[in-house]
Write a protein that binds this ligand. Structure first.
Ligand code: ADP
Ligand code: ADP
Length: 230
Protein backbone atom coordinates (compact mmCIF):
# COMPACT_ATOMS: atom_id res chain seq x y z
CA UNK A 1 0.00 0.00 0.00
CA UNK A 2 0.95 3.63 -0.43
CA UNK A 3 2.14 5.79 2.44
CA UNK A 4 -0.96 7.93 1.99
CA UNK A 5 -4.05 7.55 -0.15
CA UNK A 6 -6.75 10.23 -0.11
CA UNK A 7 -9.95 9.97 -2.13
CA UNK A 8 -12.73 12.51 -2.53
CA UNK A 9 -11.94 14.26 0.74
CA UNK A 10 -14.52 16.85 1.74
CA UNK A 11 -14.42 19.20 4.71
CA UNK A 12 -16.40 22.32 5.54
CA UNK A 13 -16.38 24.37 8.70
CA UNK A 14 -20.13 25.00 8.85
CA UNK A 15 -23.13 23.36 7.19
CA UNK A 16 -23.71 26.39 4.96
CA UNK A 17 -20.03 27.20 4.32
CA UNK A 18 -18.26 26.49 1.06
CA UNK A 19 -16.14 23.33 1.01
CA UNK A 20 -12.63 23.98 2.36
CA UNK A 21 -11.71 20.62 0.80
CA UNK A 22 -13.92 19.80 -2.14
CA UNK A 23 -13.15 16.32 -3.40
CA UNK A 24 -9.40 16.19 -2.90
CA UNK A 25 -7.47 13.16 -4.23
CA UNK A 26 -3.84 12.65 -3.36
CA UNK A 27 -1.35 9.76 -3.21
CA UNK A 28 2.03 9.54 -1.56
CA UNK A 29 4.22 6.51 -2.27
CA UNK A 30 6.43 5.01 0.45
CA UNK A 31 9.44 7.28 0.87
CA UNK A 32 8.12 9.86 -1.57
CA UNK A 33 8.71 13.53 -0.76
CA UNK A 34 5.60 15.47 -1.74
CA UNK A 35 4.79 19.18 -1.52
CA UNK A 36 1.24 20.53 -1.42
CA UNK A 37 1.17 24.14 -2.58
CA UNK A 38 -1.59 26.61 -3.34
CA UNK A 39 -2.79 30.13 -2.68
CA UNK A 40 -3.99 31.28 0.72
CA UNK A 41 -7.40 29.80 1.53
CA UNK A 42 -7.02 26.88 -0.89
CA UNK A 43 -7.35 24.26 1.87
CA UNK A 44 -3.75 23.30 2.66
CA UNK A 45 -4.00 23.77 6.43
CA UNK A 46 -7.33 22.00 6.46
CA UNK A 47 -5.68 19.00 4.81
CA UNK A 48 -2.91 19.04 7.43
CA UNK A 49 -5.51 19.35 10.21
CA UNK A 50 -7.29 16.23 8.96
CA UNK A 51 -4.00 14.31 8.91
CA UNK A 52 -3.13 15.52 12.42
CA UNK A 53 -6.62 14.42 13.53
CA UNK A 54 -7.52 17.94 14.63
CA UNK A 55 -10.71 17.67 12.62
CA UNK A 56 -12.78 14.94 11.08
CA UNK A 57 -13.67 15.01 7.41
CA UNK A 58 -17.27 15.23 6.26
CA UNK A 59 -16.68 12.68 3.51
CA UNK A 60 -14.00 10.76 1.70
CA UNK A 61 -11.30 8.27 2.64
CA UNK A 62 -7.83 8.74 4.07
CA UNK A 63 -5.60 5.68 4.30
CA UNK A 64 -2.15 5.58 5.79
CA UNK A 65 -0.19 2.50 4.84
CA UNK A 66 -3.48 0.87 3.84
CA UNK A 67 -5.23 1.59 7.16
CA UNK A 68 -8.10 4.04 7.41
CA UNK A 69 -7.05 7.08 9.43
CA UNK A 70 -10.44 7.32 11.09
CA UNK A 71 -10.38 3.70 12.25
CA UNK A 72 -7.34 4.21 14.47
CA UNK A 73 -7.38 6.03 17.79
CA UNK A 74 -6.02 9.57 17.82
CA UNK A 75 -3.02 8.49 19.91
CA UNK A 76 -2.19 5.69 17.52
CA UNK A 77 -2.54 8.11 14.62
CA UNK A 78 0.40 10.05 16.02
CA UNK A 79 2.56 7.05 15.42
CA UNK A 80 1.54 6.76 11.78
CA UNK A 81 1.26 10.42 10.89
CA UNK A 82 3.56 12.55 12.87
CA UNK A 83 4.65 15.97 12.09
CA UNK A 84 5.13 19.59 12.63
CA UNK A 85 1.89 21.53 12.81
CA UNK A 86 2.09 25.19 11.88
CA UNK A 87 1.65 26.20 15.52
CA UNK A 88 3.00 23.35 17.56
CA UNK A 89 1.84 24.34 21.02
CA UNK A 90 2.14 20.98 22.68
CA UNK A 91 5.06 22.05 24.80
CA UNK A 92 5.16 21.84 28.57
CA UNK A 93 7.88 20.63 30.87
CA UNK A 94 11.41 19.70 29.99
CA UNK A 95 13.00 19.00 26.64
CA UNK A 96 13.20 15.36 27.70
CA UNK A 97 9.52 15.20 28.69
CA UNK A 98 8.50 16.63 25.33
CA UNK A 99 10.49 14.02 23.47
CA UNK A 100 9.38 11.14 25.69
CA UNK A 101 5.77 11.86 24.70
CA UNK A 102 6.64 10.21 21.42
CA UNK A 103 8.61 7.31 22.89
CA UNK A 104 8.44 6.93 26.68
CA UNK A 105 11.20 4.32 26.79
CA UNK A 106 13.79 6.31 24.81
CA UNK A 107 17.22 6.52 26.42
CA UNK A 108 19.04 9.83 26.82
CA UNK A 109 21.42 8.62 24.16
CA UNK A 110 18.54 8.18 21.72
CA UNK A 111 17.23 11.65 22.63
CA UNK A 112 20.59 13.31 21.99
CA UNK A 113 20.84 11.40 18.75
CA UNK A 114 17.51 12.74 17.53
CA UNK A 115 18.40 16.25 18.73
CA UNK A 116 21.54 16.01 16.60
CA UNK A 117 19.50 14.96 13.59
CA UNK A 118 17.33 18.07 13.86
CA UNK A 119 20.36 20.20 14.81
CA UNK A 120 19.02 21.16 18.19
CA UNK A 121 21.74 19.43 20.24
CA UNK A 122 23.92 22.53 20.55
CA UNK A 123 21.03 24.71 21.70
CA UNK A 124 19.82 22.17 24.24
CA UNK A 125 23.34 21.58 25.56
CA UNK A 126 23.61 25.35 26.07
CA UNK A 127 20.35 25.57 28.05
CA UNK A 128 20.68 25.36 31.83
CA UNK A 129 19.78 21.78 32.69
CA UNK A 130 20.26 20.43 29.17
CA UNK A 131 17.62 17.75 28.60
CA UNK A 132 16.00 18.84 31.88
CA UNK A 133 15.65 22.47 30.75
CA UNK A 134 12.08 23.73 31.03
CA UNK A 135 10.79 24.89 27.65
CA UNK A 136 8.11 27.08 29.26
CA UNK A 137 4.40 27.21 28.65
CA UNK A 138 3.74 26.46 24.95
CA UNK A 139 7.50 26.38 24.50
CA UNK A 140 7.85 30.12 25.13
CA UNK A 141 11.52 29.72 26.09
CA UNK A 142 12.29 28.36 22.63
CA UNK A 143 12.46 30.31 19.40
CA UNK A 144 9.95 29.45 16.67
CA UNK A 145 12.59 27.52 14.78
CA UNK A 146 13.59 25.60 17.89
CA UNK A 147 9.97 24.67 18.56
CA UNK A 148 9.63 23.33 15.06
CA UNK A 149 12.86 21.37 15.37
CA UNK A 150 11.73 19.94 18.70
CA UNK A 151 8.37 18.98 17.19
CA UNK A 152 10.19 17.29 14.32
CA UNK A 153 12.50 15.49 16.74
CA UNK A 154 9.44 14.19 18.53
CA UNK A 155 7.98 13.05 15.24
CA UNK A 156 11.20 11.28 14.31
CA UNK A 157 11.13 9.32 17.57
CA UNK A 158 7.86 7.69 16.53
CA UNK A 159 7.56 4.83 14.08
CA UNK A 160 5.66 7.06 11.68
CA UNK A 161 6.03 6.12 8.03
CA UNK A 162 4.61 9.48 6.96
CA UNK A 163 5.71 12.86 8.25
CA UNK A 164 3.34 15.76 7.72
CA UNK A 165 5.06 19.13 7.81
CA UNK A 166 2.68 22.08 7.88
CA UNK A 167 4.65 25.20 6.93
CA UNK A 168 7.66 23.93 8.87
CA UNK A 169 9.81 26.96 8.07
CA UNK A 170 7.13 29.61 8.58
CA UNK A 171 8.78 31.01 11.73
CA UNK A 172 12.24 31.20 10.25
CA UNK A 173 13.95 34.05 8.50
CA UNK A 174 14.28 33.58 4.73
CA UNK A 175 18.03 33.02 4.87
CA UNK A 176 17.76 29.90 6.98
CA UNK A 177 14.68 28.35 5.36
CA UNK A 178 16.62 26.45 2.72
CA UNK A 179 18.98 24.92 5.23
CA UNK A 180 16.24 23.95 7.66
CA UNK A 181 14.10 22.39 4.96
CA UNK A 182 17.10 20.43 3.71
CA UNK A 183 17.72 19.28 7.29
CA UNK A 184 14.09 18.22 7.71
CA UNK A 185 14.18 16.17 4.53
CA UNK A 186 17.50 14.59 5.49
CA UNK A 187 16.18 13.78 8.95
CA UNK A 188 13.06 12.23 7.41
CA UNK A 189 15.30 9.71 5.67
CA UNK A 190 13.29 6.87 4.17
CA UNK A 191 9.98 8.12 5.49
CA UNK A 192 7.41 9.63 3.19
CA UNK A 193 6.95 13.37 3.61
CA UNK A 194 3.96 15.57 2.89
CA UNK A 195 5.08 19.19 3.06
CA UNK A 196 2.36 21.83 3.12
CA UNK A 197 3.71 25.18 1.99
CA UNK A 198 2.85 28.40 0.21
CA UNK A 199 6.55 28.92 -0.53
CA UNK A 200 7.16 28.10 -4.17
CA UNK A 201 10.85 28.88 -3.98
CA UNK A 202 12.11 25.80 -2.22
CA UNK A 203 10.50 22.88 -4.00
CA UNK A 204 13.40 21.51 -6.00
CA UNK A 205 14.19 18.92 -3.34
CA UNK A 206 10.72 17.40 -3.57
CA UNK A 207 9.81 14.46 -5.82
CA UNK A 208 6.30 15.66 -6.60
CA UNK A 209 4.31 18.87 -6.23
CA UNK A 210 0.52 18.94 -5.96
CA UNK A 211 -1.15 22.29 -6.60
CA UNK A 212 -4.36 22.82 -4.62
CA UNK A 213 -6.92 25.44 -5.58
CA UNK A 214 -10.36 25.73 -3.94
CA UNK A 215 -9.95 22.46 -2.07
CA UNK A 216 -8.93 20.31 -5.01
CA UNK A 217 -5.70 19.24 -6.67
CA UNK A 218 -5.66 21.00 -10.03
CA UNK A 219 -2.14 20.06 -11.12
CA UNK A 220 0.56 17.62 -10.12
CA UNK A 221 4.02 16.87 -11.37
CA UNK A 222 7.72 17.11 -10.82
CA UNK A 223 8.80 20.49 -9.46
CA UNK A 224 10.89 21.42 -12.49
CA UNK A 225 8.03 20.64 -14.91
CA UNK A 226 5.41 22.57 -12.95
CA UNK A 227 7.55 25.61 -12.28
CA UNK A 228 8.69 25.79 -15.89
CA UNK A 229 5.09 26.18 -17.06
CA UNK A 230 4.44 29.53 -15.41
P1 ADP B 1 -4.77 27.47 3.32
O1 ADP B 1 -4.09 26.70 4.41
O2 ADP B 1 -4.47 26.96 1.98
O3 ADP B 1 -4.56 28.94 3.45
P2 ADP B 1 -7.19 26.81 4.77
O4 ADP B 1 -7.24 25.34 4.86
O5 ADP B 1 -6.73 27.57 5.95
O6 ADP B 1 -6.34 27.22 3.49
O7 ADP B 1 -8.62 27.39 4.39
C1 ADP B 1 -9.48 26.76 3.44
C2 ADP B 1 -10.85 27.41 3.56
O8 ADP B 1 -11.43 27.09 4.82
C3 ADP B 1 -10.83 28.93 3.47
O9 ADP B 1 -11.99 29.33 2.80
C4 ADP B 1 -10.87 29.35 4.91
O10 ADP B 1 -11.46 30.61 5.04
C5 ADP B 1 -11.70 28.26 5.54
N1 ADP B 1 -11.31 28.01 6.96
C6 ADP B 1 -10.10 27.61 7.39
N2 ADP B 1 -10.09 27.44 8.72
C7 ADP B 1 -11.33 27.76 9.16
C8 ADP B 1 -11.97 27.80 10.44
N3 ADP B 1 -11.31 27.45 11.55
N4 ADP B 1 -13.25 28.20 10.48
C9 ADP B 1 -13.92 28.52 9.36
N5 ADP B 1 -13.40 28.51 8.13
C10 ADP B 1 -12.12 28.14 8.02
P1 ADP C 1 -5.74 20.18 22.42
O1 ADP C 1 -4.57 21.08 22.69
O2 ADP C 1 -7.02 20.95 22.26
O3 ADP C 1 -5.83 19.00 23.35
P2 ADP C 1 -5.01 18.19 20.39
O4 ADP C 1 -5.16 17.11 21.40
O5 ADP C 1 -5.66 18.03 19.08
O6 ADP C 1 -5.49 19.62 20.95
O7 ADP C 1 -3.47 18.43 20.13
C1 ADP C 1 -2.66 19.00 21.11
C2 ADP C 1 -1.41 19.46 20.43
O8 ADP C 1 -0.64 18.33 20.03
C3 ADP C 1 -1.66 20.22 19.15
O9 ADP C 1 -1.70 21.57 19.36
C4 ADP C 1 -0.50 19.87 18.27
O10 ADP C 1 0.45 20.91 18.29
C5 ADP C 1 0.08 18.63 18.89
N1 ADP C 1 -0.02 17.49 17.98
C6 ADP C 1 -1.10 16.74 17.75
N2 ADP C 1 -0.83 15.80 16.87
C7 ADP C 1 0.45 15.94 16.54
C8 ADP C 1 1.33 15.27 15.66
N3 ADP C 1 0.95 14.24 14.92
N4 ADP C 1 2.59 15.69 15.59
C9 ADP C 1 3.01 16.72 16.32
N5 ADP C 1 2.23 17.40 17.17
C10 ADP C 1 0.97 17.03 17.27
Amino acid sequence: PGALRIRDLRVRYAPDATWALDGLDLDVAPGEKVAVVGPSGSGKSTLAAVLFRFLDPDAGTVEIGGTSLTSVAADAARTVVSGVPQHPHLFTGSVRANLLLARPDATDEALWDVLRRVRLDGDVAAMPGGLDADVGEHGERLSGGMRQRLALGRALLTDATLLVLDEPTAHLDPDTRDAVLADLLDAAGERAVLLVTHDLERLDRMDTVHVVVDGRVVQRGRPADLLARD
